[in-house]
Write a protein that binds this ligand. Structure first.
Ligand code: GDP
Ligand code: IMO
Ligand code: MG
Length: 424
């Protein structure tokens, strides 16, 4: 049985924790999209891991980790993560594999990300400045792309970089009046990446298909959230990859019929980092209470996350496009101490009521939430391990959401640790 774990909101749903739990049963954990814009938190005992590129399975010493072709790899971040894990006695040699077809994020991508956002001013996307958009743009543009496999032929890469950097310098100077970047500096960094990451680079599609033949258990770890999907999310306030489960096939070369269980991760409320419409946002004391109790500050950028009520219209949509079989709802504990809780089950847009999520930022910016209000609870849920032991109102909240989104909620998070999960 192979699993996929994917976020159903705007990211940071708690995927790292869910992947860590399910990785116990997996031989291989695969990242198939996104890059170092992701920040996946795994807490084991007193140790907290914040993983950006490394599959969350890395924290289990016997799990094979694959960074597949769909990922955009910032080698500097990856080397830092490898060193950080090795310092905690988690060796990656012989169990980490990086696709030769994965694209490389270089300094000029990060520079362009920053320059473009600055130039956009108030209209900015609010990216993580990790060079994600520019790198995926070079991937689809093809002529200026660098892939991990290019690090294995440094003579050819030197020539390629000269051509690319000359072009980027002309562009950045004309558009942003930016100082030129040094090709030699980038080349020297690539020499180091080549030496250190070369042994990990291989054909991960072959590796995965051999594992499928051998009936190994593979866990596919989604990054970001479905509402940030480049095609199906709230464009243009999205990331540059197919962040829903739809990105799995192109991102690693495994067809959808190989995945038997697709777990959609949600928070019991909604958060978003960066710009873009967010109909159920509570930019008020309620949102602040959620932010404080849930420690809602970005794992990658430290930015405060925007917080709001659970948007069941959005989640029903993202579960549908990803073919989700069951839901893991995290952070139920964070919702304690609200007199009443609101669940958005429909939108009113221009006087019309709809329960289908319009993945159109202009429409969504005009959407008014129609809420179902249910009673809250005061109790601390963090020590509860059985659904029946939850306060009736918390049980009722989960059941109400489940009814609206029409997908069973099988895991419930009541704290950040591996053990703080209720299984239904
Ligand atoms: P990811 O990007 O989806 O992996 O999520 P992040 O790691 O960016 O953010 C989720 C945050 O919530 C992390 O700090 C987790 O440790 C924490 N977390 C996960 N599940 C729960 C839960 O059920 N309750 C609480 N209180 N915290 C949780
Ligand atoms: P994980 O995997 C939350 C958001 C950014 C911004 C938009 C575009 O931890 O859930 P980008 O740098 O990708 O060009 O930024 O997408 N974003 C995320 N928000 N969690 C993430 O990842 C995110 N990855 C990107 O905040 O709004
Ligand atoms: Mg995150």
């Amino acid at each position: 049985m192979n699993f996929c774990v994917v976020g159903l909101q705007w990211g940071d749903e708690g995927k790292g924790k869910v992947v860590d739990i399910l990785a116990e049963k997996a031989d291989i954990v695969v990242r198939y999209g996104g890059g170092a814009n992701a920040g996946h938190t795994v807490i084991i005992g007193e140790t907290k891991f914040a993983l950006h590129l490394m599959p969350s399975g890395a924290v289990r010493p016997n799990t094979t980790c694959v960074i597949a072709n769909g990922v955009v790899v910032d080698p500097a971040v990856l080397l830092e993560e490898i060193a950080g894990l090795e310092a905690k006695n988690l060796n990656l040699k012989g169990r980490l594999w990086i696709s030769a077809c994965a694209h490389v994020v270089l300094d000029y991508h990060k520079l362009e990300d920053r320059l473009r956002e600055e130039a956009l001013g108030a209209g900015k996307i609010g990216t993580t400045a990790r060079g994600i958009g520019p790198c995926y743009a070079d991937k689809t543009g093809r002529s200026f792309a660098v892939r991990m496999g290019d690090l294995l032929d440094m003579a050819a890469l030197k020539q390629k970089l000269e051509h690319i950097v000359a072009y980027k310098n002309k562009l950045f100077s004309a558009l942003y009046n930016a100082a030129p970047i040094s090709c030699n500096e980038i080349y020297q960094k690539c020499l180091d990446y080549s030496k250190k990451l070369g042994p990990y680079i291989c054909n991960t599609t072959e590796l995965l298909h051999k594992a499928l033949d051998e009936k190994k258990t593979i866990l596919f770890e989604g990054a970001q959230g479905s509402l940030l999907d480049i095609d199906h999310g709230t464009f243009p306030f999205v990331t540059s990859s197919n962040a829903s489960a739809l990105g799995l096939g192109p991102g690693c070369g495994v067809p959808p019929q190989q995945i038997q269980r697709l777990i959609g991760v949600v928070k019991a409320y909604t958060t978003r980092v960066g710009s873009g419409p967010f109909p159920s946002e509570q930019d008020n004391a309620i949102g602040q209470r959620i932010r404080d109790k849930g420690h809602e500050y970005g794992t990658t950028t430290g930015r405060p996350r925007r917080c709001g009520w659970f948007d069941a219209v959005a989640v029903r949509y993202s579960a549908a496009i990803s073919g989700i079989t069951d839901i893991a709802m995290m952070h139920l504990d964070t919702l304690a101490e609200h007199e009443e809780l609101n669940i958005c089950h429909a939108y009113q847009i221009d006087g019309k009521t709809t329960d289908f999520f319009p993945a159109d930022s202009n429409l969504l910016a005009r959407a008014q939430c129609v809420y179902q209000t249910v009673p809250g609870w005061k109790d601390d849920l963090s020590g509860i391990s059985r659904f029946e032991d939850l306060p009736q109102t918390a049980q009722n909240y989960v059941k109400t959401v489940e009814k609206i989104i029409r997908v069973p909620i099988k895991m419930i998070g009541v704290g950040p640790r591996r053990t703080q999960v209720i299984y239904r």
